[in-house]
Design a protein around this ligand. Sequence first.
Ligand code: EMG
Length: 283
Amino acid sequence: SDAPQRTLPLHCLQISSFTNRSWSRTDGSTWLGDVQIHTWSHDSDIIRYLKPWAGGTFTDQQWEQLQHLFRVYRSSFSRDMQEFARIVQADYPFELQLFAGCEVHPGSIPESFIHVAFQGSSIVHFQGTSWVAVPDAPQWVGKILQVLNHDLGTRATVQWLLNDTCPQFARGVFEAGKSELEKQVKPEAWLTGARTPGSDHLLLVCHVSGFYPKPAWAMWMWGGQEHPDTQQGDTVPNTDGTWYLRVTLDVAAEQAAGLACRVNHSSLGDQDIILHWGEKDLV
Ligand code: EMG
């Protein structure tokens, strides 16, 4: 029971679009590792659960207090940012992104952060007890910081959210969602291949899909060796919370026989999937 408790980082994303002096919208989402657990639409007063366990170990009353805080924050944010835009004479439209969260490490203090980006570039973050500009921030950010750091109430609330609320919430959600977060789902794999127009080459594709968690390994093999020309794709999300990966190989048609694709994933243990290339896989 004293074994280090594994958890996952909790991340909040906020996207605020300012169209003109009187119109903006703010949308938010929360993630535990790669699993989205909340969504907060501009059109909604409530933060919606995407998982039944997304309230973690918070009581209904604690969650209601947190929602209230975020509702006040969202409307204050729109108002304050419009005011800042006026002060620094920012051009419309502009976009603000907030990336906030925490990671609880077993046996050491949690790490929490809030980063703010303007038009896609980082400008401000919260450090210790106050807001600070990034080293290469434009000069006008200084004017905004003066106003922001003057609000001691908000600075105290941000510290409380980062140092107490976030780690406590992250631990609780991980605990509540543990069985789903630690699930193992086996991949399916299949091969396709197509003639490369104007040459005697084949483009072979090994598809691996439906697995969880994200890390997976796939390789084209030739004579028991990893084929060095294997092109790794990115691991991309399916719509159902599982992942998809493909690896490709461009080979001369006469060398295709004898090729195989080898797949490994934590759900398979040491039972790798091995698929042998055949003419039937040509599409
Ligand atoms: O309201 C756990 C599940 C959650 C899921 C939801 C996902 C949503 C993601 C959101 C993540 C963002 C985290 C950021 C948390 C910050 C919370 C701040 C809460 C405090 C607050 N302050 C506003 C109201 O303040 C007044 O009232 C409070 C009591 O309610 C106190 O009494 C306070 O003293 C009093 O002033 C403030 O109005 C505050 O200013 C709101 C905005 C704070 C902020 O987000 N600052 C970020 C700085 C952004 C810099 C932008 C620079 C910029 C560049 C270009 C153009 C414009 C601006």
